[in-house]
Design a protein around this ligand. Sequence first.
Ligand code: ZN
Length: 736
Amino acid sequence: MIGNEDIKAGGGWKMIPWVQPRSVNLFVFHSVEAKGQTGGGSWSTSESLFQDQLDFIAENFQVATVSDVINLRNKPRKGKPLACITFDDGDPSWMGLVRSELADRDLRATFYVATNQIFDRPIWHDRLRFCLNAIRGSKIDLPWLGTRNLPYASVNEKLKAADSLARLMKYQAPEVRERMLCKLEEFVGGRCESSGLSVLDLRALVSDGHEIGSHTKSHPILTHCSDSFAENEIFESKEILSDLLGQKICSFSYPNGKPGLDYLAKHVEMVRKAGYESAVATARGGLLSSTSVWEIPRFSPWGRTWFSKRRQVFINSLFRSKSVEQQSGERLRILFVENGSGFGGAVVALQSLIQSIPDQSLSVGVVAGLDCNFKEASCVESVYSASTHSGENNSVFLFLSGVARKLPRLVGKGLVGRLDDLFLRLPYFLKLLSIVVRFRPHVIHGNNEIVSNREAMLVARCMRIPYVQHVRGPFPKDTRLGYLLNGPSIFLPVSRWLYFSCIEAGVSVSRLMHIYDGVPKSSKRHGNKRPELCGSQGDGADVQGCGSPIVAMVGMLVPWKGQELFIDAVGIIFRSLPHVKFLIVGAPPAYMNGEYKDRLIKKVQNLGLEGIITFTGQIEDVAQKMSQFDVVVSASIDPEPLGLVMIEAMREGCYFVGPDHGATAEFIDSRDRGVLFKSGSAQALAEALEVAINYRSFTDANTRDAAKNLPIEVDMATHAARVVAVHEAAFVGLDA
Ligand SMILES: [Zn+2]
């Protein structure tokens, strides 16, 4: 509590005359690391910096708890400007260093507690930290986690690995994160048992005059939870704390707290309904009389010098805080750019995404190839063609590009390579620019990958529109593409493997959000009956009434998909599995001639596998018919960025055999779902096929149903909600 004497005291205000007196600064801390202690991670403040910051705050501000400040801020008063010191999560350092340093300066703070830890259930990041401390060796090589030889030797490498893993786990649905942590704990052979705080600790803080607020129960990112889960976390944590402490709990802190990214307007509404009186976020800015008490911004000066701290506080006070509530009345306008030069999976993924966006949440524009159908989705307002083939402009640019290509003798090669490219891509750039001027999007979303979407990114930059970039293939490692790293405000890699490929290429962890593509649920199940699998190329396979197990390799007929490897493996194993039918499902893509297919057919003949392996050709709606296969195989030579076939096959209860690289390894994390083989090895694939067929022969229908529980969340509605949250976050603006 603040007495009248304190308010009259004043004086310190003169120290920072440029800060608006009505702006209240809220400072945020997590844990404090004592001298010589390490391993707290980036969320921890060192003892000396903490003391330094407390001295600065005590000298320049009148400090009160958040609830006191809410009551005081609009009353006339003199003296130093108001400020709050807040702590999030719960850490043993609160009871030692933090408590004594605050007492030494007679400061009152607000502590936001995640309540699970009171009952010996540590917060997820404490569990992660425990596992990381227990990892031995100089690399983290856990394919199911997406880490391939992640450097983990020097202090810097360890910090970077900890940061990237924390970011990866933070933005997962609670059940997915729990699964990841359990597997990691299994790997290190131990788990974090100690809890941060006890009830007695919290009571001691209250008796010191500090305020206790709620920070949910398990610290989930609210935008990544179902509504009922989020509501339960917000409501119950308040009840638990008020029961334990025998007092009203007035203040709430959103986990992670970035508006749009970590909470939405509906969560603000839940907090209000639960009976809190204020809530704090982590956006920049000060608390002004116009600021909503449900989204109070907080920050921390990290400067070491007298001047830098003052400058940071000054800049923070000028910053207008972001609020998800103010903008929730407005439907965001998002322009998706699908240039069609990526792989076919990207278009399919975008179509299913757009179809699952509730039309009240976004107004969507799509730039796409002519043959893509986007108009059916109710949220779609306009569809624009990505084609630039009409009009004479093109021939002018082709001419200029041709001239540019002839220039190497005059200027350097590197420059001309780009000049040539520039002229070729200029028509598309200008077309996008005119579309953006017409559609007026709040956010532009590139659907393919960064290089083939760079015109969209440049248009977004020119027009100062936030840009979101899907990552559907390995990130280019070319250093000349450095500008690509800073263009998008958020990157969305579709698998963990791609997430780490982005980090390796130098994308900042704070711009990364890993979100798997969703897969629409199949409408029909075929049960035990097997209708004819009719290929469109006239070489369909009749498996009607076929009682033998079916092993199918599904995918386009292109060399990197590894059909040859599959044929070799069948050649090794077919004699010991005479009852099994092997299918190669798929056709060559339109841009290829039949040469590869002819080669495959010849190989089958040479190995004497006619009648054992059948080419079905392209099968319409293959996802719907997947349930007829017992085992589905991927033999890709190059790592799969995600692999929709795999997700569809697993969702239909097929047993999956895949190579131990790319996203495949993330999905096959248990023998119930499938088996991995050493990529590129026909012998290893043959052995894996034998394991799979034997496993499948002994499994009953119940086990098959269990296999359908994918280790990740790919439900379309959840997926769409997450992408919409990313758009909100990009629009509101991410603070570093
Ligand atoms: Zn927190």
